[in-house]
Ligand binder design. Structure first.
Ligand code: ARG
Length: 462
């Protein structure tokens, strides 16, 4: 494209070096924003007409031309190249081809700086809503799985050492809670995405009698930026979103790590079903947990984008700087990654893993994860807890030396350890009982977990 054809051409005598043109261009990725750009421009055109800055007829022609571009784009007939620089120029240029000179009035009283800010916010609002819906589906699957596994026991760990058995439902509900916070957090981020920068102009506002509240209202924004310099240079909303997205990925990654461990031969707690696992190209016996591994791996990308945007803004003087064009790929990739991971993990939980309940029942019966319950048993009979704790420590040591479990001790052996032990000790240390007894609020007792599932369901419908 020659200098005369460029929108900012008249000040320039020479055409852009082709490599610099490519380097400068964002059309390769910001085309993603095209429908939001059109929607924002339609609102701007309507506002220009309403305030008398352009005529009503011009306003209508601009809006109609913009809608035609939307149509062309949807039909695959609008594919601007790098000479268009960015999506905003591309749309404006095509608009002028369609409606003639009236198209040149569209950019009255605005700048690409407030325009791109509005586009990005419109895009992010939609994406946040969709991610929140996906989180709801993910939570739904967790709840359904929890419902079938209230009385399935699974070893609970601290330091990845067997600690106390828990209800599998309780374990799954922990992820429900994380997802619930993610859902709430995104709702909170939404409030700060939902502010219109339109009308901030390049940086200082405009000399035209615009109506910023009208464009905001047309676009469904809850408010407008109070300060024009802030409005065009603020990317807090994007960083907050990346923070919320990072936490979603951290949660999905933790769950992934567990599924990977559970699917290993060492744990053997789950089997991966064929629809969600893959084989090895050389080892015929293998079934690999690729889905959770990819989710775990992709979390790093999203954390990286968060870091990238923080570094991007930290040294920027007010107001707009071209550096800010770099926010988009980070945002787009984050949105795509989070959405793909949520979808894959939801499918994985729905049909990709089967809990091996027999193996789980064996697992909780073959360790010392009921040791706390022996101490609690004595403490309930008046023995000070620390004393009971020390005594049980000795018992465990003796059992380990003898290759026995606590349940293998005879009543005489128990009584020799402490006279307070009676025949009901066996029941007290049975895994089911150990879990059922932890009925404190937020605990793993079966009754608690059933109530927790109910409350989780009702929180979902809020
Ligand atoms: N493509 C640019 C971006 O994404 C649009 C804003 C350009 N503004 C400017 N003053 N050059 O940030």
């Amino acid at each position: 494209m020659t200098a005369e054809q460029k929108t900012w051409s008249q000040r320039f005598e020479k055409a852009l070096h082709p490599a610099i043109e490519r380097f400068n261009a964002s059309i390769g990725f910001d085309i993603e924003l095209i429908e939001y750009d059109i929607t924002g421009s339609v609102a701007h055109a309507k506002m220009l007409a309403k305030t008398g800055i352009i005529s009503a007829e011009e306003g209508e022609r601009l809006a109609a031309g913009l809608e035609q571009i939307r149509q062309e784009y949807r039909e695959g007939n609008f594919t601007p190249g790098t000479d268009a620089e960015d999506v905003h120029f591309a749309v404006e240029r095509r608009l002028t081809e369609i409606v003639g000179d009236a198209g040149k009035k569209l950019h009255t009283a605005r700048s690409r700086n407030d325009q791109v800010g509005a586009d990005t916010r419109l895009y992010l609002r939609d994406q946040i809503n969709q991610i929140r819906e996906q989180l709801r589906e993910f939570q739904e699957v967790l709840l359904n799985l929890a419902e079938t596994h209230v009385e399935t026991l699974i070893p609970g760990y601290t330091h990845l050492q067997r600690a106390q058995p828990v209800s599998l439902a309780h374990h799954l509900l922990a992820y429900f809670e994380m997802a619930q916070r993610d859902w709430e957090r995104l709702g909170d981020v939404f409030k700060r995405v939902d502010i219109s920068p339109l009308g901030c102009g390049a940086l200082a506002g405009t000399t035209f009698p615009i109506d910023r509240h009208y464009t905001a209202e047309l676009l469904g924004f809850a408010g407008v930026y109070a300060n024009s310099l802030d409005g065009v240079s603020d990317r807090d909303f994007a960083i907050e979103f990346l923070g919320a997205a990072s936490l979603i990925m951290a949660h999905l990654s933790r769950l992934s790590e567990e599924v990977i461990l559970w699917a290993s031969q060492e744990f053997g707690f789950v089997t991966l079903t064929d629809s969600c696992a893959t084989g090895s190209s050389i080892m015929p016996q293998k079934k690999n947990p690729d889905v959770p591994e990819l989710v775990r791996g992709k979390s790093g990308r999203v954390f990286g984008h968060l870091q990238a945007l923080l570094v991007l803004v930290k040294g920027l003087p007010l107001a707009y700087n071209k550096d800010l064009q770099e926010d988009k790929e980070a945002l787009f990739d984050t949105v795509k990654t989070v959405r793909a991971c949520l979808e894959a993990m939801t499918i994985l939980l729905r049909e990709g893993i089967e809990f091996r309940t027999v193996r789980l029942a064996e697992a909780v019966a073959e360790d010392f994860s009921n040791a706390t319950d022996v101490a609690d048993y004595l403490a309930a009979k008046g023995v000070p807890f620390r004393e009971a704790y020390n005594l049980v420590g000795k018992v465990v040591k003796t059992c380990l030396a003898a290759g026995k479990l606590l349940k293998d001790l005879s009543l005489e052996e128990w009584k020799a350890l402490h006279p307070a032990f009676e025949g009901d000790i066996y029941e007290a240390i049975a895994p089911r009982r150990v879990v059922a007894a932890r009925n404190s609020y937020g605990g793993t007792g079966f009754e608690r977990v059933r109530t927790a599932i109910e409350s989780a369901r009702s929180r979902m419908s809020l």
